[in-house]
Write a protein that binds this ligand. Structure first.
Ligand code: ADP
Length: 265
Protein backbone atom coordinates (compact mmCIF):
# COMPACT_ATOMS: atom_id res chain seq x y z
CA UNK A 1 0.00 0.00 0.00
CA UNK A 2 2.06 2.91 -1.27
CA UNK A 3 -0.42 5.50 -0.07
CA UNK A 4 0.38 4.50 3.44
CA UNK A 5 2.42 7.14 5.32
CA UNK A 6 5.10 4.57 6.18
CA UNK A 7 4.76 2.98 2.78
CA UNK A 8 8.18 3.94 1.50
CA UNK A 9 10.29 2.35 4.27
CA UNK A 10 8.18 -0.67 5.09
CA UNK A 11 9.51 -4.10 4.20
CA UNK A 12 7.17 -5.73 1.72
CA UNK A 13 6.29 -8.68 3.98
CA UNK A 14 4.85 -6.30 6.59
CA UNK A 15 2.44 -4.60 4.18
CA UNK A 16 -0.42 -7.10 4.61
CA UNK A 17 -0.11 -6.83 8.39
CA UNK A 18 -0.18 -3.03 8.28
CA UNK A 19 -3.18 -3.09 5.99
CA UNK A 20 -4.94 -5.44 8.37
CA UNK A 21 -4.21 -3.19 11.33
CA UNK A 22 -5.43 -0.24 9.30
CA UNK A 23 -8.71 -1.97 8.65
CA UNK A 24 -9.06 -2.91 12.30
CA UNK A 25 -8.52 0.71 13.29
CA UNK A 26 -11.19 1.86 10.84
CA UNK A 27 -13.63 -0.66 12.27
CA UNK A 28 -12.91 0.54 15.80
CA UNK A 29 -13.33 4.17 14.73
CA UNK A 30 -16.71 3.31 13.24
CA UNK A 31 -17.70 1.55 16.46
CA UNK A 32 -16.71 4.54 18.55
CA UNK A 33 -18.71 6.85 16.28
CA UNK A 34 -21.71 4.52 16.46
CA UNK A 35 -21.46 4.37 20.24
CA UNK A 36 -21.25 8.15 20.50
CA UNK A 37 -24.31 8.58 18.27
CA UNK A 38 -26.13 5.97 20.33
CA UNK A 39 -25.40 7.70 23.64
CA UNK A 40 -26.55 11.00 22.15
CA UNK A 41 -29.77 9.39 20.96
CA UNK A 42 -30.49 7.77 24.31
CA UNK A 43 -29.98 11.05 26.15
CA UNK A 44 -32.20 12.89 23.71
CA UNK A 45 -34.95 10.28 23.79
CA UNK A 46 -35.03 10.27 27.59
CA UNK A 47 -34.76 14.00 27.97
CA UNK A 48 -37.97 14.80 26.11
CA UNK A 49 -40.31 12.75 28.33
CA UNK A 50 -38.36 13.80 31.43
CA UNK A 51 -38.98 17.45 30.60
CA UNK A 52 -42.71 16.77 30.35
CA UNK A 53 -42.74 14.81 33.62
CA UNK A 54 -40.82 17.39 35.62
CA UNK A 55 -42.87 20.24 34.13
CA UNK A 56 -46.23 18.80 35.18
CA UNK A 57 -44.87 17.59 38.53
CA UNK A 58 -43.57 21.07 39.31
CA UNK A 59 -46.91 22.72 38.50
CA UNK A 60 -48.72 20.29 40.80
CA UNK A 61 -46.09 20.52 43.53
CA UNK A 62 -46.20 24.32 43.61
CA UNK A 63 -49.97 24.18 43.91
CA UNK A 64 -50.57 26.28 40.80
CA UNK A 65 -52.50 23.63 38.89
CA UNK A 66 -56.27 24.05 38.83
CA UNK A 67 -57.76 21.16 40.83
CA UNK A 68 -59.77 20.03 37.80
CA UNK A 69 -56.53 19.71 35.79
CA UNK A 70 -54.52 17.70 38.29
CA UNK A 71 -55.89 14.32 37.22
CA UNK A 72 -55.11 15.03 33.59
CA UNK A 73 -51.57 16.16 34.43
CA UNK A 74 -51.00 13.02 36.48
CA UNK A 75 -52.16 11.10 33.42
CA UNK A 76 -49.49 12.77 31.26
CA UNK A 77 -46.85 12.04 33.86
CA UNK A 78 -47.92 8.40 34.02
CA UNK A 79 -47.89 8.04 30.24
CA UNK A 80 -44.43 9.54 29.84
CA UNK A 81 -43.11 7.43 32.71
CA UNK A 82 -44.48 4.29 31.01
CA UNK A 83 -42.82 5.33 27.77
CA UNK A 84 -39.47 5.81 29.51
CA UNK A 85 -39.84 2.50 31.28
CA UNK A 86 -40.44 0.58 28.08
CA UNK A 87 -37.49 2.34 26.48
CA UNK A 88 -35.17 1.43 29.34
CA UNK A 89 -36.45 -2.16 29.16
CA UNK A 90 -35.64 -2.25 25.45
CA UNK A 91 -32.19 -0.77 26.02
CA UNK A 92 -31.49 -3.44 28.62
CA UNK A 93 -32.63 -6.13 26.19
CA UNK A 94 -30.33 -4.72 23.51
CA UNK A 95 -27.35 -4.63 25.80
CA UNK A 96 -28.09 -8.20 26.87
CA UNK A 97 -28.07 -9.23 23.20
CA UNK A 98 -24.83 -7.29 22.62
CA UNK A 99 -23.23 -9.17 25.52
CA UNK A 100 -24.49 -12.45 24.17
CA UNK A 101 -23.00 -11.70 20.76
CA UNK A 102 -19.68 -10.80 22.33
CA UNK A 103 -20.05 -14.00 24.38
CA UNK A 104 -19.57 -12.03 27.56
CA UNK A 105 -22.56 -13.79 28.97
CA UNK A 106 -23.70 -17.34 28.74
CA UNK A 107 -27.13 -17.60 27.26
CA UNK A 108 -28.63 -21.02 26.81
CA UNK A 109 -28.79 -21.29 23.02
CA UNK A 110 -29.42 -25.04 22.97
CA UNK A 111 -33.11 -25.14 23.74
CA UNK A 112 -35.52 -26.82 21.38
CA UNK A 113 -37.99 -24.03 20.65
CA UNK A 114 -41.42 -24.56 19.14
CA UNK A 115 -42.07 -21.61 16.82
CA UNK A 116 -45.79 -22.45 16.80
CA UNK A 117 -46.01 -22.31 20.58
CA UNK A 118 -44.06 -19.05 20.76
CA UNK A 119 -46.23 -17.45 18.05
CA UNK A 120 -49.39 -18.62 19.83
CA UNK A 121 -48.21 -17.20 23.19
CA UNK A 122 -47.40 -13.85 21.65
CA UNK A 123 -50.77 -13.75 19.84
CA UNK A 124 -52.59 -14.32 23.11
CA UNK A 125 -50.64 -11.56 24.82
CA UNK A 126 -51.31 -9.06 22.04
CA UNK A 127 -54.94 -10.06 21.50
CA UNK A 128 -56.50 -7.23 23.49
CA UNK A 129 -54.32 -4.55 21.87
CA UNK A 130 -55.37 -5.89 18.47
CA UNK A 131 -59.03 -6.15 19.41
CA UNK A 132 -59.12 -2.55 20.60
CA UNK A 133 -58.36 -1.51 17.03
CA UNK A 134 -60.48 -4.13 15.33
CA UNK A 135 -57.43 -5.93 13.99
CA UNK A 136 -57.60 -9.70 13.49
CA UNK A 137 -54.51 -11.81 14.11
CA UNK A 138 -54.27 -15.18 12.37
CA UNK A 139 -51.70 -17.96 12.78
CA UNK A 140 -50.95 -20.59 10.12
CA UNK A 141 -48.50 -23.47 9.99
CA UNK A 142 -46.90 -24.42 6.66
CA UNK A 143 -45.17 -27.80 6.19
CA UNK A 144 -44.80 -28.52 9.89
CA UNK A 145 -43.39 -31.79 11.21
CA UNK A 146 -45.51 -34.84 12.14
CA UNK A 147 -47.12 -33.07 15.07
CA UNK A 148 -47.80 -29.93 13.01
CA UNK A 149 -44.98 -28.03 14.71
CA UNK A 150 -41.84 -26.24 13.54
CA UNK A 151 -38.90 -26.41 15.92
CA UNK A 152 -35.59 -24.57 15.95
CA UNK A 153 -32.61 -24.65 18.30
CA UNK A 154 -31.93 -21.49 20.29
CA UNK A 155 -33.22 -19.45 23.20
CA UNK A 156 -36.99 -19.43 23.69
CA UNK A 157 -37.13 -16.10 25.50
CA UNK A 158 -35.12 -14.28 22.85
CA UNK A 159 -37.15 -15.78 20.00
CA UNK A 160 -40.31 -14.73 21.81
CA UNK A 161 -38.95 -11.20 22.23
CA UNK A 162 -38.18 -11.08 18.51
CA UNK A 163 -41.64 -12.25 17.51
CA UNK A 164 -43.35 -9.96 19.98
CA UNK A 165 -41.60 -6.94 18.49
CA UNK A 166 -42.56 -7.94 14.94
CA UNK A 167 -46.19 -8.58 15.87
CA UNK A 168 -46.44 -5.42 17.98
CA UNK A 169 -45.27 -3.41 14.98
CA UNK A 170 -47.68 -5.26 12.67
CA UNK A 171 -50.49 -4.09 14.95
CA UNK A 172 -49.09 -0.63 15.73
CA UNK A 173 -48.49 0.34 12.11
CA UNK A 174 -51.67 -1.25 10.81
CA UNK A 175 -54.94 0.42 9.91
CA UNK A 176 -57.95 0.06 12.20
CA UNK A 177 -59.83 -3.07 11.19
CA UNK A 178 -56.70 -4.44 9.46
CA UNK A 179 -55.18 -7.91 9.48
CA UNK A 180 -52.02 -9.53 10.80
CA UNK A 181 -51.12 -12.94 9.37
CA UNK A 182 -48.43 -14.93 11.08
CA UNK A 183 -47.12 -17.93 9.20
CA UNK A 184 -44.67 -20.40 10.72
CA UNK A 185 -43.21 -23.09 8.51
CA UNK A 186 -40.40 -24.66 6.53
CA UNK A 187 -39.42 -23.59 3.04
CA UNK A 188 -38.45 -25.81 0.10
CA UNK A 189 -34.90 -26.16 1.52
CA UNK A 190 -36.32 -27.29 4.84
CA UNK A 191 -35.31 -24.07 6.60
CA UNK A 192 -37.63 -22.82 9.33
CA UNK A 193 -39.20 -19.40 8.91
CA UNK A 194 -41.64 -17.04 10.58
CA UNK A 195 -43.50 -14.52 8.45
CA UNK A 196 -45.48 -11.64 9.86
CA UNK A 197 -47.64 -9.89 7.28
CA UNK A 198 -49.71 -6.79 7.97
CA UNK A 199 -52.09 -4.54 6.06
CA UNK A 200 -50.58 -1.28 7.30
CA UNK A 201 -48.86 1.61 5.58
CA UNK A 202 -45.90 -0.43 4.40
CA UNK A 203 -42.21 0.55 4.38
CA UNK A 204 -40.70 2.36 1.38
CA UNK A 205 -38.02 0.26 -0.30
CA UNK A 206 -35.15 2.65 0.42
CA UNK A 207 -35.90 2.45 4.17
CA UNK A 208 -35.98 -1.31 4.48
CA UNK A 209 -32.39 -1.53 5.76
CA UNK A 210 -32.47 1.60 7.87
CA UNK A 211 -35.45 0.53 9.99
CA UNK A 212 -33.18 -1.97 11.77
CA UNK A 213 -30.93 0.79 13.10
CA UNK A 214 -31.32 1.85 16.69
CA UNK A 215 -33.69 4.79 17.09
CA UNK A 216 -34.64 4.91 13.44
CA UNK A 217 -38.23 5.96 12.74
CA UNK A 218 -39.64 6.17 9.20
CA UNK A 219 -41.82 9.01 10.31
CA UNK A 220 -41.09 10.71 13.61
CA UNK A 221 -44.67 11.93 14.14
CA UNK A 222 -46.18 8.56 13.28
CA UNK A 223 -43.96 6.81 15.83
CA UNK A 224 -44.63 9.39 18.52
CA UNK A 225 -48.36 9.02 18.41
CA UNK A 226 -48.11 5.24 18.37
CA UNK A 227 -45.68 5.11 21.28
CA UNK A 228 -42.66 3.63 19.47
CA UNK A 229 -39.08 4.32 20.45
CA UNK A 230 -37.19 2.99 17.43
CA UNK A 231 -35.54 0.09 19.23
CA UNK A 232 -37.87 -2.79 18.42
CA UNK A 233 -36.39 -3.76 15.07
CA UNK A 234 -32.82 -3.38 16.35
CA UNK A 235 -33.78 -6.00 18.93
CA UNK A 236 -35.28 -8.17 16.18
CA UNK A 237 -32.10 -7.97 14.10
CA UNK A 238 -29.77 -8.84 16.97
CA UNK A 239 -32.03 -11.62 18.20
CA UNK A 240 -32.08 -13.09 14.69
CA UNK A 241 -28.29 -12.77 14.29
CA UNK A 242 -27.79 -14.64 17.52
CA UNK A 243 -29.73 -17.53 15.97
CA UNK A 244 -27.95 -17.36 12.64
CA UNK A 245 -31.22 -16.15 11.12
CA UNK A 246 -31.76 -13.39 8.59
CA UNK A 247 -34.58 -10.85 8.57
CA UNK A 248 -36.00 -9.39 5.38
CA UNK A 249 -38.82 -7.04 4.51
CA UNK A 250 -41.01 -7.21 1.45
CA UNK A 251 -44.22 -5.66 0.28
CA UNK A 252 -47.56 -7.22 1.15
CA UNK A 253 -50.22 -7.21 -1.57
CA UNK A 254 -52.31 -5.12 -1.93
CA UNK A 255 -50.85 -3.16 1.00
CA UNK A 256 -48.64 -3.46 4.07
CA UNK A 257 -45.36 -5.21 4.76
CA UNK A 258 -44.11 -8.72 5.31
CA UNK A 259 -41.26 -9.40 7.74
CA UNK A 260 -39.59 -12.77 7.30
CA UNK A 261 -37.16 -14.36 9.74
CA UNK A 262 -35.35 -17.24 8.04
CA UNK A 263 -33.38 -19.63 10.23
CA UNK A 264 -30.30 -20.73 8.33
CA UNK A 265 -29.67 -23.92 10.27
P1 ADP B 1 -40.65 1.75 16.94
O1 ADP B 1 -40.47 1.54 18.39
O2 ADP B 1 -40.59 3.18 16.51
O3 ADP B 1 -41.79 0.99 16.37
P2 ADP B 1 -38.97 -0.12 15.50
O4 ADP B 1 -37.51 -0.30 15.55
O5 ADP B 1 -39.81 -1.26 15.93
O6 ADP B 1 -39.29 1.17 16.34
O7 ADP B 1 -39.37 0.29 14.03
C1 ADP B 1 -38.64 1.31 13.35
C2 ADP B 1 -39.53 2.03 12.38
O8 ADP B 1 -39.89 1.17 11.31
C3 ADP B 1 -40.85 2.49 12.98
O9 ADP B 1 -40.73 3.77 13.52
C4 ADP B 1 -41.80 2.46 11.80
O10 ADP B 1 -41.75 3.70 11.13
C5 ADP B 1 -41.23 1.40 10.89
N1 ADP B 1 -41.97 0.12 10.97
C6 ADP B 1 -41.68 -0.95 11.74
N2 ADP B 1 -42.54 -1.97 11.55
C7 ADP B 1 -43.42 -1.55 10.62
C8 ADP B 1 -44.56 -2.14 9.97
N3 ADP B 1 -44.97 -3.40 10.24
N4 ADP B 1 -45.21 -1.39 9.04
C9 ADP B 1 -44.80 -0.14 8.74
N5 ADP B 1 -43.75 0.48 9.31
C10 ADP B 1 -43.06 -0.20 10.24
Amino acid sequence: DLDHPHGANVPEELVPLINRLDEQRKRLDAQVAERRRFTGNVSHELKTPLTVVSGYAEIIERGIARPEDVKQFAGHIYEEAQHMKSMVDELLTLSRLDDAEAEDMRIDMDQSVSLVEVARNVSVRLASAARRRGITVGLNVFEGDGSGDVKVVGNARIIEEMLRNLMENAIRYNVDGGKVDVCVGRNAQGLAFVRVADTGMGIPEDMREKVFERFFCVDESRSKETGGSGLGLAIVKHAAQLHGASVSISENKPRGSVFEVLFQR
